[in-house]
Write a protein that binds this ligand. Structure first.
Ligand SMILES: Cc1cc2nc3c(=O)[nH]c(=O)nc-3n(C[C@H](O)[C@H](O)[C@H](O)COP(=O)(O)O)c2cc1C
Length: 363
């Protein structure tokens, strides 16, 4: 039997197999960021994997960018998430929550507060974003964060981490990938700061290191993880040298004690590589800089995942798009059954259709 299906231990947590569900934004919360009741069904249906990583979840109303994304900063949100983690644990999976502060990838119409979106620097992203009220809209120019605001922003992540643990999560994954706030600090085209949190490579990684260390100090490094996407040019983010940036970042993080480092491979769905070389070189390049568990997502198959697990390159194989329409993904990978295709028009809609209604092969 493939090593994919063998139990394992991650950060002291017993996992029923080495398959993880990727963080997938699906926009099924109400306007106050409370996950709707059927969110519990959706995650529970997929809880035969070893580890579920939640969709990107905001740590404050100010961190919200998209419409109908959930939060973890009000008591109603915590209560709703507790029902999710209870259902997931009952079916055997462990669950981390992904913290997503969108930074400049935000539109005021999608938020509950009047403030402008914030970012490391006032650099407007090219492109547009969906709003329920006025459909596609240009991104506005974000407001550059004041140096004096950064400690309070770190405190938001810490408070959210306490909330996530109270909601029953086994840990939190800090989203430093895909062009959102933490990634905006890392990258050379979005971080033009001159206050010690930018300019040099050590300046650009500083805020991310401070957030990771603060969260790890609050809930424990073994409950703290990070997601990165070196070379993935998404949300108009371009770093001049992403592999160097991430090598130095990882060297400054307490990766030996952290739950895991999660790499989203750069060719996953936006194939442009920027000085990152071939996507196949990203994991071998970063592996020596990760002293603990390394997990990865991006176009994995049962065969490619098993090869990477068996060589010790990664410790868990993370699947995103395949688990959307295949709630019984573990079963299907095991039996070699065909995978259903998701309905792309229902990825980000508000209701249960195209979300918690995909059938398993055997119910
Ligand atoms: C609908 C959708 C939503 C996503 N939302 C998130 C997210 O909230 N956070 C994140 O880090 N990545 C997100 N991703 C990226 C996935 O986690 C994953 O890395 C990517 O789909 C590549 O893996 P795959 O080839 O197995 O799909 C999303 C991808 C899709 C298709």
């Amino acid at each position: 039997m493939s090593s994919l299906f063998e139990p394992t231990t991650l950060a002291g947590l017993a996992l029923q197999n080495r398959i993880a569900m990727a963080p997938l934004t699906r926009n099924r919360a109400d306007v106050m960021g409370v996950p709707k009741p059927f969110v519990r069904d959706y995650y529970a249906q997929r809880a035969r994997v070893g580890l579920i990583i939640s969709e990107g979840t905001q740590t404050s109303f100010a961190g919200q960018g998209y419409c109908r994304t959930p939060g973890i900063h009000t008591s109603e949100q915590v209560a709703a998430w507790k029902r999710v983690t209870d259902a997931v644990h009952a079916r055997g999976a462990k669950m981390f929550m992904q913290f997503m502060h969108c930074g400049r990838i935000a539109h005021p119409l999608n938020r509950q507060i009047p403030d402008a979106p914030v970012a490391p620097s006032a650099v407007r992203p090219a492109g547009q974003m969906w709003t329920d009220q006025q459909q596609l809209q240009d991104f506005p120019t974000p407001r550059a964060l004041e140096t004096a605001e950064l400690p309070a922003l770190i405190d938001e992540f810490v408070a959210a981490a306490h909330n996530a643990i109270a909601a029953g999560f086994d840990g939190v994954e800090l989203h430093a990938a895909n062009g959102y706030l933490l990634n905006q600090f890392l990258a050379s085209n979005t971080n033009l700061r001159t206050d010690g949190y930018g300019t040099s490579l050590h300046g650009r990684i500083r805020f991310v290191v401070e957030v990771v260390k603060a969260v790890a100090a609050a809930i424990g490094p073994a409950r703290t993880a990070i997601r990165v996407s070196p070379g993935h040019m998404f949300n108009d983010l371009v770093d001049a040298n992403p592999l160097e940036t991430h090598r130095v970042l990882l060297d400054d993080l307490p990766t030996a004690d952290m739950a895991y480092v999660h790499v989203m491979l750069p060719d996953a769905f936006s194939p442009q590589l920027n000085n990152a070389g071939d996507a196949q070189t990203v994991l071998p390049t970063l592996r020596p800089h990760v002293k603990g568990a390394l997990i990865a997502a991006g176009n994995l198959t049962a065969a490619s995942a098993a090869t990477m697990l068996d060589s010790g390159l990664i410790q868990l194989a993370v699947f995103g798009r395949p688990i959307i329409a295949n709630p019984d993904l573990v079963e299907r990978l095991k039996s070699g059954a065909a995978l259903a295709a998701p309905r792309d028009d229902l990825l980000y809609t508000a209701d249960a259709e195209g979300y918690s209604d995909y059938p398993a092969l055997r119910s």
